[in-house]
Design a protein around this ligand. Structure first.
Ligand code: PMP
Length: 461
């Protein structure tokens, strides 16, 4: 496999990129004089840049997305066939892939019932917020409009999802935000807020949510929106007992539980959905990245039949249904690709592989912790892992941001692409992230952790 272009083509692409592309998450001043990386081709776990340099991709396309790996001609084929037959139709009309993927998806989500198609994780979360707000108006006389979200969690880049964003530095300079989004504490035990551990910590962190509900007034709170395992906020797994208590609290105060599976969804943690690791019974589930592994832009907002039924009530009010549309929710390539994506995960036993390779990677990272004092904590579930870097294990002082960047760059120089949590957030910027495709082999995993080992040695000595 060779992603290389000829010299003439490379300079044309770079010229066009530098002149006209506004890249995501990029300060363009230093970028103007940097060497750009253009990814040209991918196969399995590997990608090639414009110079033909090969990389082992330990972050599934940068942001936890390409769960089944690159070069899946079987997905490309179903997309092509579907596009030739019918690319698009929107509104109340159905499509064959839309119907068939919904049925297949729901078969993996006992208790859930209805699939609403959209394009991005942010948009799926917006739909969920709109459902909650409309239920508040339909059922509770305009009360229960408040949506609780957690410190450190991230739900998207649009204004309403940023209003539910638990990472202040990301939000700076974009306010004012939407009203009635209320922050609650996180459950991260490594950077503990309470002098407790294990189950007691889990209970206490959940109780902190109840305290906010009571302070706000339970009759004003419509929903709680949480990531099952927090992604960009630091790859944070919940302490034992946390989710059971959260679930109890939601039931006690008649609060809808909205689980954001944009990262965890479709296999990343070793079960179809992250919430299934913790026995959670959600009312609303949103998902995006792994749904079609990036082969098509598709996201879903999934609800129970109870939630869906609320929108069939009150036929005397002509506006009581869910008055929402997403133009590209009518694209058929998305569900066609998603259906094939799910088939691949089943046929190749990728959930099982995710569990065993995740265990291997966790073990490798724990072994690195023995060797490198700079690793303060290793966390994760399945092939969704993080290693937090601290300059002192006692104080847990995060290492300098430039050093985290240096580790990522050094791994890149060794041909392994790894990630790091949101590097603009002090105290949150120090976790290396790993999310290899679910097809990873033992050799791939060992190669990733070997690169990290070398990089930590080089940067921290
Ligand atoms: N929720 C979570 C947990 C995410 O990590 C992200 C994106 N990283 C989103 C929502 C937003 O998804 P999108 O970028 O597709 O809008």
């Amino acid at each position: 496999m060779d992603g290389g272009l000829n010299d003439n083509d490379i300079s044309k692409v770079i010229e066009a990129d530098k002149a006209h592309v506004w890249h995501h998450l990029t300060q363009h001043k230093p970028f103007e004089t940097s060497d750009p990386r253009i990814i040209v081709e991918g196969k399995g776990m590997r990608v090639w840049d414009q110079n033909g340099k090969e990389f082992l991709d330990a972050v599934s396309g940068g942001v936890w997305t390409v769960n089944v790996g690159y070069g899946r001609t079987e997905i490309a084929d179903v997309i092509r066939d579907q596009l030739v037959k019918l690319p698009y139709f929107a509104g109340s009309a159905g499509s064959i892939p839309g119907a068939m993927y919904s049925e297949r998806l729901i078969s993996k989500m006992p208790g859930m019932s209805r699939v609403y198609y959209t394009n991005s994780g942010s948009e799926a979360n917006e739909k969920a917020f709109k459902l909650v707000r409309q239920i508040a108006h339909k059922r509770y006389g305009g009360k229960k409009t408040k949506i609780l979200y957690r410190d450190r969690d991230y739900h998207g880049s649009t204004l309403a999802t940023m209003s539910a964003g638990g990472q202040d530095e990301r939000n700076a300079q974009y306010g004012p935000f939407a009203p009635d989004f209320i922050r609650v504490p996180h459950c991260m035990e490594y950077r503990a807020q309470w002098d407790l551990s294990g189950e007691e910590y889990g209970q206490r962190a959940a109780d902190a949510i109840e305290e906010v509900i009571l302070a706000e007034g339970a009759d004003t709170v419509g929903a709680l929106c949480l990531e099952p395992v927090t992604a960009g906020g630091g790859v944070i797994t919940p302490p034992p007992g946390y989710w059971e208590r959260v679930q109890e609290i939601c039931a006690k105060y008649d609060i809808l539980l909205h689980i954001d599976e944009v990262v965890c969804g479709v296999g990343r943690t070793g079960t179809w959905f992250g919430y299934q690791q913790y026995g959670i019974k959600p009312d609303i589930v949103t998902m995006a990245k792994g749904v079609a592994s990036g082969y098509a832009a598709i996201a879903c907002c999934v609800t129970t039949e109870e939630v869906f039924d609320m929108f069939k009530e009150d036929m005397s009010d002509p506006l009581s249904y869910f008055r929402d549309i997403s133009t590209f929710g009518g694209c058929t390539a998305g569900p066609a690709a998603a259906l094939k994506n799910m088939q691949i995960i089943e046929d190749e036993n990728l959930l099982e592989n995710c569990v065993s390779m995740g265990d291997r990677m966790l073990g490798n990272l724990q072994a690195l912790m023995e060797k490198h004092k700079v690793i303060g904590d290793v966390r994760g579930k399945g092939l969704f892992l993080g290693a937090e870097l601290v300059s002192d294990r006692g104080t847990k002082e995060p290492v300098a941001e430039k050093d985290v960047g240096a580790v990522v760059a050094e791994c890149g120089a060794q041909g392994v692409i790894i990630g790091a949590t949101n590097r603009s957030i002090p105290g949150l910027n120090n976790t290396l992230c790993f999310s290899p495709a679910l097809i990873a082999t033992a050799d791939d995993i060992d190669r990733i952790t070997e690169a990290v080992d070398n990089a930590l040695g080089k940067v921290f000595g």
